[in-house]
Design a binder for this molecule. Structure first.
Ligand SMILES: O=c1[nH]c(=O)c2[nH]c(=O)[nH]c2[nH]1
Length: 295
């Protein structure tokens, strides 16, 4: 007898559409506005026949989805990654057989080089955004990744359990370094907000909290950063932060008859601690909003 299996979690779309737009003012001394995005689309819906029978009647081709990214960028412009994704969601959620959508974007930064049309890539961090719909519900999330920060003092780690496998010494002064991935969810349906401004305020809150928290654990710093973001930006309801602990170990220079009073370190790249948490306003948990969103 043939086995019965359950087919689920069907989605298809185009990953990593590299979209670059140039907003032109048309004046003689043009100040172009550049947007550099990496957009991924995913549709959920009644697509089972394509998997079971190769029947593509309901399949909105991933090529069509890619074209829609570029066409809607032309039609609406790209005022922010969130707004472009909301236009994509508004388009696709009304198409036949589509019951849900998922759109993600990463934005690379470009800084001006003075003449209005020349730019240099800023490597500091990548801005991220997601819009997803489940039936009538819309969720807008945004974030930052690869925000690399370090403090050369003001970090301790002690009081942890010791057993037969523990070798880590306790410390009251160490380097704390990490690469912050933070993702936040805008309250309610998350629409109609000043996304660039919100992004800047969250980023500032995260960096200020990192700098000004005297850290007893990276966990405590993560909590301080998340709280600072929720305090500073009422437009957001939840924030998830994930941080690798980029260990810096004091080098033993005693074989060379040298001391090392916290000045020479080896930066180890792996393994690394990996620590994360989500902080939500009370009652604001929305697990569906986070489906398919890492970090
Ligand atoms: O801030 C830290 N948190 C940990 O959980 C941990 N574990 C570890 O080995 N070092 C650290 N540092």
């Amino acid at each position: 007898m043939a086995q019965e299996y359950v087919l689920s979690d069907l989605q298809h779309g185009k990953a990593e559409c590299r979209l670059v737009t140039v907003e032109r003012t048309g004046s003689a001394a043009e100040q172009h506005v550049l947007h550099d995005l990496n957009v991924t689309t995913q549709l959920r819906g009644d697509f089972a026949a394509a998997y079971t029978d190769g029947d593509n009647t309901h399949v909105h081709a991933t090529d069509t989805q890619k074209n829609t990214v570029f066409a809607l960028a032309r039609k609406h412009g790209v005022s922010s990654p969130e707004e472009l994704l909301l236009h994509l969601a508004a388009h696709w959620r009304t198409q036949p057989w589509v019951t849900g959508t998922w759109f993600g974007a990463e934005q690379a930064g470009w800084a001006r080089l003075g003449n209005g049309h020349s730019f240099v890539r800023t490597g500091e961090a990548t801005r991220t955004a997601w819009v997803q719909t489940w039936g009538e519900d819309t969720y807008v999330l945004a974030g930052v990744r690869d925000l690399v920060v370090l403090k050369s003092t003001g970090s301790e780690f002690h009081g942890f359990p010791r057993d037969e496998f523990t070798t880590l010494p306790e410390t009251d002064d160490r380097i704390l370094a990490t690469s912050v991935t933070a993702t936040w969810r805008y309250a309610g349906s998350g629409q109609g907000l000043a996304y660039d401004d919100c992004h800047e305020r969250v980023r500032t809150a995260l960096l200020d909290a990192f700098a000004h928290t005297h850290s007893l654990a990276l966990q405590q710093t993560i909590h301080a950063m998340a709280s600072a973001a929720l305090d500073a930006v009422p437009e957001i309801d939840q924030i998830r932060i994930s941080c690798p602990n980029k260990h810096h170990f004091l080098v033993d220079l005693s074989p060379f008859a040298m001391d090392n009073p916290g000045e020479v370190f080896v930066a180890a790249d792996r393994p690394y601690g990996l620590i994360s948490a989500t902080l939500s306003r009370t009652g604001a948990e929305e697990p569906r909003a986070w489906a398919g969103i890492g970090g």
